[in-house]
Design a protein. Structure first.
Length: 456
């Protein structure tokens, strides 16, 4: 019913770009090597080799359904105006749960929200992580991404979490990583655990640009070391004769990185499966994706159209500039996923970096914690502790929602009133009535006009 792509998505533009069809390549790869998926191998071990073909076909069917529903579920819901009735009408669980096992990060990227929003440096409790994985299994969630705002490699139990998820039958496990601490031992542990997808965040094709984009937070970061980690991982994966994890690397498009795209593809194409460029998103940092001349053109365009000076825009990998028409599209994320922060608070969107719109709580300790951890970080910023020097303008974000329930199940939250009310406003075209959505920078919710059809 909702596996097909829908008309509601036809107007939507996606801002992660590559030189190939990234989605179809990912799908084909997963199906080709499905018998190496560790969840399949665990089940085959349990059921016996006589059922191999039957089980393999079922895994392939489920993976096709998962990827089809990634766009199909939101498209169907939006087209049929399924707001607060979405779960009741479709019985569809979230396709993915993001589990923030680490809120701490070891880099101080100037474009990152962490420079503007106070963020606790915390690791998720092991028992909570395992409980969330159990709930994902119970709710038939296809995929788990083991990160949100921080660096997942900093959690010592990451391989254990991945392996546990695969034992529970989770079809896909994913991490985003800066690869700073991707040592040989960690590389082997991730491969052995059964990680399915690893996405590198690496900005710049030269040492000088990388130094600007990815400076170390507690100690100096090094282009050659991290680049070496990525190349070494590919060698280790080959040596271990494993097709997984499939790797992808992506670079944020800024004024500095725009002119290094060709070199970026060149230096990574032989050691990473997918190379992609991601449009810049304003997160409160101090970088820009356009130079002063282009900025002048944007200002002139907005004045000519009577648009506000803060009208959203973006630049693609070919240099085309797009400006918001003013109208918004319902967000797909509220039909695809939920985010669980390090303390068990649940959010509807990966862009809620300041944790302002909680929709549920999995653990009472999160409510008891309150703002304590945030205040601790704020104090370190004020006293300019090591690793906090660049956060002098960081602020505390006030929540828009006050929760009273705790120790909930992800199913209760997914089908709950708070998320249902947000969906209802989105399908009615009233995104601005949801405070966290009103000025959200998620580009897939905007309709765009190409500026003069010129390359900048």
């Amino acid at each position: 019913m909702i596996n097909k792509r829908n008309k509601a998505n036809n107007k939507r533009q996606y801002v992660i770009q590559g030189k190939r069809d990234l989605e179809n390549d990912k799908l084909d790869y997963a199906i080709k090597y499905m018998e190496h998926n560790k969840a399949f191998r665990y089940l085959l071990e349990s059921e016996g080799s006589g059922k191999k073909e039957e089980l393999l076909n079922e895994f392939i069917r489920r993976y096709r359904a998962y990827r089809s529903r990634w766009r199909g579920n939101p498209g169907y819901a939006i087209e049929n105006k399924l707001g607060n009735s979405y779960y009741q009408a479709t019985n569809c669980p979230p396709l993915n749960i993001d589990i923030e096992i680490a809120a701490i990060c070891d880099l101080a990227c100037p474009f990152c929200y962490r420079q503007a929003i106070v963020t606790p440096d915390k690791l998720m409790d092991k028992k909570l992580a395992y409980r969330i994985i159990d709930q994902c299994k119970e709710f038939d969630v296809y995929s788990i991404k083991f990160n949100w705002r921080g660096e997942p490699l900093l959690h010592p139990n990451l391989p254990d979490f991945i392996d546990y998820a695969k034992k529970k039958g989770i079809l896909e496990t994913v991490i985003n990583t800066n690869a700073v601490t991707l040592t040989e031992s960690k590389s082997k542990a991730l491969i052995e655990a059964g990680l399915d997808i690893m996405i590198y965040s690496f900005d710049g094709a030269t040492k000088d640009t990388y130094k600007i984009m990815r400076p170390g937070r507690f100690k100096e970061n090094c282009f050659e070391k991290v680049y070496g980690n990525i190349r070494r991982f590919a060698e280790i994966r080959d040596t271990m004769r494993s097709p997984f994890p499939r790797t992808k690397i992506q670079m944020v498009l800024t004024e500095e990185t725009y002119y290094e795209q060709d070199e970026y593809f060149e230096i990574f194409s032989d050691c990473v499966d997918d190379v992609a460029i991601k449009a810049y998103t304003e997160r409160g940092g101090n970088l820009s994706d356009v130079d002063p001349l282009v900025r002048e053109r944007l200002v002139a365009f907005c004045k000519d159209r009577g648009l506000p000076m803060d009208t959203p825009y973006w630049k693609d990998m070919k240099g085309h500039l797009f400006v918001s028409k003013g109208s918004r599209l319902p967000c797909e994320q509220i039909y695809q996923r939920m985010i669980v922060s390090y303390n068990g608070m649940v959010y509807m969107c990966c862009y809620d970096w300041g944790c302002q719109y909680p929709i549920g709580c999995l653990d009472i300790s999160a409510l008891k914690e309150g703002g304590k951890s945030f205040n601790e970080v704020l104090q370190k910023i004020k006293t300019r502790k090591k690793g906090y020097e660049g956060m002098s303008n960081a602020k505390m974000c006030k929540p828009f929602v006050k929760l009273t329930k705790h120790n909930q199940h992800i199913k209760e939250i997914w089908a709950g009133e708070i998320l249902g009310a947000v969906r209802q406003l989105h399908v009615k075209g009233k995104l601005g009535y949801v405070p966290i959505c009103k000025k959200c920078q998620f580009k897939e919710t905007y309709q765009w006009e190409k500026l003069n059809n010129q390359v900048v």
